[in-house]
Design a protein around this ligand. Sequence first.
Ligand SMILES: Nc1ncnc2c1ncn2[C@@H]1O[C@H](COP(=O)(O)OP(=O)(O)OP(=O)(O)O)[C@@H](O)[C@H]1O
Ligand SMILES: Nc1nc2c(c(=O)[nH]1)N=C(CO)CN2
Length: 167
Amino acid sequence: MTVVPCAIALGSNLGDSRKTLQQALTALHQNRYIDVIAQSSLYKTVAIGPPQPDILNACALLETSLSAQDLLTQLLVIEQHFGRVRRERWGPRTLDLDLLFYGQSIITEPALQVPHPRLRERAFVLIPLAEIAPHWRDPVSGQSIRSLRQAVDPTGVQPLGPIGGFT
Ligand SMILES: Nc1ncnc2c1ncn2[C@@H]1O[C@H](COP(=O)(O)OP(=O)(O)OP(=O)(O)O)[C@@H](O)[C@H]1O
Ligand SMILES: Nc1nc2c(c(=O)[nH]1)N=C(CO)CN2
């Protein structure tokens, strides 16, 4: 059985966001095909996009025996479980789970792009991810997460400490 290391981003700005992120990590942990290897601190971040409340963001490293498509399906199932309703693009959400990396794969399908196409410009992704995977190499740019993180403006990304709830 092949096990693939992956990275995901978590975000929430509706409801009890800290609890939602904790419960999302617990749901991933409970999936028999997914191991949660590491989780970043929690960050309060200024929302990029339409005006809306600040967002709680974090990242996690996983190992999975699922295909990238099946892992995305599991992420979408967990989002739905937390009542995510899609309205405007980049609007407020109870839970957003993005697949950032699936090993060193490059996937460009309509429903799945990996590495996540916007991760290189996102301080709210790169700062938490650099905590847990500084040496991970982005297969598209060839750069490490640490060097991508050093290139973004950290303004508006404030650490809040451990996510808590899940160990
Ligand atoms: N790497 C990926 N991770 C998560 N969803 C992806 C990915 N690539 C493509 N998608 C597709 O995008 C859809 C999710 O769009 P969504 O509305 O959550 O975007 P968003 O997270 O608000 O914005 P952004 O994609 O800029 O982070 C999913 O239904 C999925 O099919
Ligand atoms: N701060 C912040 N801004 C965003 C976020 C997010 O998770 N955090 N997600 C977006 C679309 O996924 C768009 N804008």
